[in-house]
Design a protein around this ligand. Structure first.
Ligand code: ZN
Length: 197
């Protein structure tokens, strides 16, 4: 089922762990209730699709909805927003860094980062840093609850966690989660500086 121009419900439900497990877990994971579908639709319309439109580059969803059995199987937090269909772990195609047709999008982000921090983006950051930086600038417009730079290296997140909820106040929080550490909240400049010289 198509939720927006570039996102389908199926990609927000997909899970290799559930597929490998099969049985009840796969059944539960692929048949969420109406409230979950409502939340996933909200996340798509408020956050994922507008971010995709800003970046003009495909966004890959590595994990969005997680049924309770899946969440337990992967050791997710007991109150994970993924279980309510309010969060997605996303990345972006490296086309953003290499395609001449995306040069304009990159340049806009680079200029905004320079205006905010006074510094340039390091050459070796990954494409997901550009995704993260863009979400940092548009927390209000994308109606973000939490935006998290997850694992990887500073300025090259392994993935970006983003959430938005229709039934609670969205907090506009930017956080980083590094291996072996807890979650640390960051201000806008601090967050952008993760990928700067
Ligand atoms: Zn996540």
């Amino acid at each position: 089922m198509r939720l927006s121009e570039n996102f389908t419900l199926e990609e927000l439900l997909a899970s290799q762990v559930a597929e490998r497990s099969g049985g009840d877990m796969l059944q539960e994971q692929t048949n969420p209730n109406r409230n979950i579908i409502k939340n996933l639709t909200y996340l798509t319309h408020q956050t994922l699709q507008p971010l995709r439109t800003l970046l003009r580059t495909s966004i890959t969803v590595s994990s969005s909805y997680r049924c309770p059995a899946l969440n337990t199987a992967i050791g997710g937090s007991a109150k994970s927003q993924h279980m309510e269909g309010k969060a997605a772990d996303i990345g972006i195609s490296s086309e953003l860094l290499h395609r001449p047709s995306r040069l304009h999008v990159r340049t806009v982000i680079e200029e905004k980062v320079r205006m905010e921090t006074g510094q340039g983006i390091r050459q070796e950051v990954n494409a997901s840093y550009y995704l993260f930086a863009t979400a940092c600038f548009y927390l209000e417009e994308l109606n973000v609850d939490q935006l998290i730079h997850e694992y990887g290296k500073d300025g090259s997140p392994a993935w970006v966690h983003i959430s938005s909820s229709p039934d609670q106040r969205n907090r506009r929080q930017i956080l980083i989660k590094r291996k072996g550490e807890g979650y640390t909240e960051l201000g806008l400049s601090q967050a952008l500086l993760l990928g700067c010289r």
